[in-house]
Design a protein around this ligand. Structure first.
Ligand code: BTN
Length: 252
């Protein structure tokens, strides 16, 4: 029998304010059964969380703040990378279409437009034995905020010069997530892999990195199936986990 297509956001919960949509969705899921692709979104987070224990900055009502519950139980524990790949592609497409400006995936899953970060993703995976049980995918997409504390942050509105209507923007993102999740469920791994690399920020370029306080230059080659970044450092290919490396800037 053919799979029923999963429509991400068909089941959606809106909260005017919450601590973090990732945390609120996790609590909701511990209290009741939720469908694959359930979404929780808000206008304001009092404790928005970024990667590596950072705070996610977002003024009330200005940006998209949502989390989706994915239940990709067809993925093995060592295939978690595919959630990251499909979500990054969906968010990149949405950012590019909404800003009408080329958007790129900065490894592992930031979205960059005009060398500025316009979106971030916080994925929290829960395993069951050797399979994935569920994944809470938190997405922050900067739509209309005009000023940011973080020097590398920007909104699509500042880039495009036009106000971005949040509801169609959310629907576009959900449509893209639905599309790429269907590709993942349909085992279109080669296509997803190629698209990720075609849209990888700085691919084939020389960039400046830092590791343990030391700067070095390297060419960005791509990622592997463990999600590690491969760099060409002085004629040698080396791979790095996200926590091991700080990306400073593209040099060319
Ligand atoms: C990053 O550091 O780049 C990841 C940022 C992720 C932010 C989003 S906003 C919605 C969801 N809820 C959170 O607390 N964080 C994610």
């Amino acid at each position: 029998m053919a799979h029923q297509p999963i429509i991400i956001g068909e089941y959606s919960v809106f909260l005017e304010e919450t601590n973090s949509t990732n945390d609120a969705l996790k609590i909701l899921y511990s209290q009741e059964a939720l469908p694959d692709g359930a979404v929780l979104y808000t206008n304001f987070q009092t404790k928005g969380r970024g990667q590596q224990n950072n705070v996610w900055e977002s003024e009330p009502g200005e940006n998209l703040l949502l989390s989706t519950l994915l239940q990709p139980q067809f993925l093995l524990a060592d295939e978690q990378i595919w959630v990251n790949v499909m979500v990054s592609l969906a968010l990149r497409d949405a950012a590019e279409e909404l800003s009408k400006t080329p958007a790129f995936i900065k490894w592992p899953n930031d979205i960059y437009v005009q060398n500025k970060k316009v979106a971030g993703v916080l994925i929290e995976n829960v395993l069951q034995g050797h399979r994935m049980r569920f994944s809470i995918v938190g997405i922050g997409l900067n739509l209309n905020q005009q000023q940011f504390k973080a020097p590398n942050a920007q909104s699509l509105s500042v880039i495009s010069g036009a106000w971005i209507d949040p509801k169609p923007a959310r629907l576009k993102l959900l449509e893209k997530l639905t599309h790429y999740y269907a590709l993942l469920k349909g085992k279109q791994h080669n296509l997803l892999w190629d698209l990720y690399h075609q849209n990888l920020y700085g691919k084939g370029k020389l960039a400046l990195f830092q590791q343990n306080g030391k700067s070095f230059e390297a060419e960005i080659m791509g990622i592997d199936k463990k999600g590690r970044l491969h760099l060409l450092v002085q004629d040698e290919i080396k791979s790095f986990a996200h926590k091991e490396l700080e990306f400073i800037k593209i040099l060319e």
